[in-house]
Design a protein around this ligand. Structure first.
Ligand code: FAD
Ligand code: SF4
Length: 344
């Protein structure tokens, strides 16, 4: 009974861990609350930095799952209780699973942009989030204003819900800068006459090919990057939006009217992980994301025997790093199972 490894969360972290475990001959059950696996990546259209279709990555992971992986969808884990020699997993539909080894891959939530009231999301229809924009792209729709017009000017706002003491999140969400650059290019590809103004604190192009994409956005697509923090959005009678900012390079206040605003929302700790880990007493960082046993040397282990972490449940991460982390978790699980009583 205890031989079966349970992975909670069938996003790309859970899928990558399952694929690697199944490949080395271990039985895995993935519990996913949505109707299909894939997590947030299922909602994205094209991925930075190459603009390849997100679907290609998901298809690859789906195909890699192997015969030893069972994915059960539409099932939400509500709590996990330690029992002698293992754990009992209670699902909200009443199903119960027992295991000696489990991986928490429950990911993250998006910052709720309504909490930045001054930006007008949920109040002004021409203020949308980066996740909304992905949906428009993924569904093959045209980017328009709420009145169905082609926007002539779009404002992109960085650090919404991240690096912001007022909302209690001082950490950087890592991937929203490059998401903003990617989305600016995509809008220009779709609407060649539309001007883009991107407001940032500083641009964090930390990974391979990110800086090149930023160069391309400026040189090939003429995206305007303005170093400045938005103080508020206000709506004109025609529903266009006035952005009130300060250009922090020149020190001058700046007012700009745009037809559409895209808020680059950050990662926040998944509410589900908090609920589940309450009963386990796992460690959380000051940012609220789960902490591994040791950030340098045991990045996928926890202090509890047989409990592992994979992916964005530990904080913001891109697809490449998340898949690598899922596979790293599989190695740690294998090592544990090899030496543990639960597998005997
Ligand atoms: C707007 C935006 C755009 C992005 N675009 C890109 C991009 O272009 N390229 C890139 O590299 N990265 C991108 N990212 C980052 C990417 O989304 C993450 O790397 C990825 O989603 C992390 O995967 P994960 O599996 O760790 O978490 P998630 O995607 O959050 O998956 C977690 C899974 O766990 C499930 N789950 C949660 N709780 C439970 C529970 N209690 N029971 C059962 N199941 C549960 C969820 O339903 C979900 O399927 C973007 C992020 C944002 C915010
Ligand atoms: S990645 Fe960029 S937009 Fe996102 S929080 Fe960090 S600095 Fe801000």
């Amino acid at each position: 009974m205890y031989k079966n490894i349970i992975i909670v969360g069938g996003g790309i972290a859970g899928m990558a861990a399952a694929a690697a475990l199944s490949e080395i001959g271990m039985e895995v059950t993935v519990l996913e609350r949505e109707k299909l696996p894939g997590g947030h990546v299922r909602s994205w259209d094209r991925l930075f930095p190459t603009l390849r279709a997100a679907k290609e990555v998901l298809d690859f992971l789906n195909k890699s799952l192997g015969l030893l992986t069972e994915i059960i969808c539409d099932i939400e884990v509500g709590s996990i209780v330690p029992t002698p020699g293992g754990y009992t997993i209670h699902c909200t539909n009443g199903d119960i699973f027992t295991t000696g080894c489990l991986v928490l891959a429950t990911g993250y939530d998006l910052f709720d942009a309504r909490k930045k009231e001054e930006y007008g999301f949920g109040i002004y229809e021409n203020v949308i989030t980066s996740a909304d924009l992905e949906k428009i792209f993924r569904e093959g729709n045209q980017v328009t204003t709420c009145g169905g017009q082609v926007p002539r000017r779009v404002g992109i706002i960085h650090c919404v819900g991240s690096r912001d003491e007022k909302v209690g999140n001082i950490y950087c969400s890592k991937v929203c800068c490059v998401t903003g650059v990617k989305q600016a290019i995509e809008i220009r590809q779709m609407l060649p006459d539309c001007e883009i103004f991107s407001f940032y604190m500083d641009l964090r192009m930390y990974d391979r090919h990110f800086e090149e994409l930023y160069f391309e956005a400026q040189q090939k697509w003429n995206v305007n990057f303005i170093r400045g923090r938005l103080s508020e959005c206000a709506e004109n009678p025609d529903h266009s939006i006035i952005l009130k900012t300060e250009d922090t390079l020149t020190g001058h206040p700046l007012k700009l009217t745009v037809d559409l605003v895209v808020l680059l929302v950050g990662f926040v700790p998944g509410s589900s992980a908090r609920k589940i880990t309450g009963s386990l007493g796992l460690l959380q960082g000051t940012d609220g994301f789960l902490l591994p046993a040791d950030e340098h040397t045991a990045g996928n282990r926890t202090l509890l025997p047989g409990v592992f972490l994979a992916g964005a449940v530990k904080g913001p991460a891109c697809v490449v790093d998340t898949i690598a982390d899922g596979r790293a978790t599989a190695v740690e699980v294998y090592r544990y199972m090899k030496h543990s009583e639960v597998a005997k």
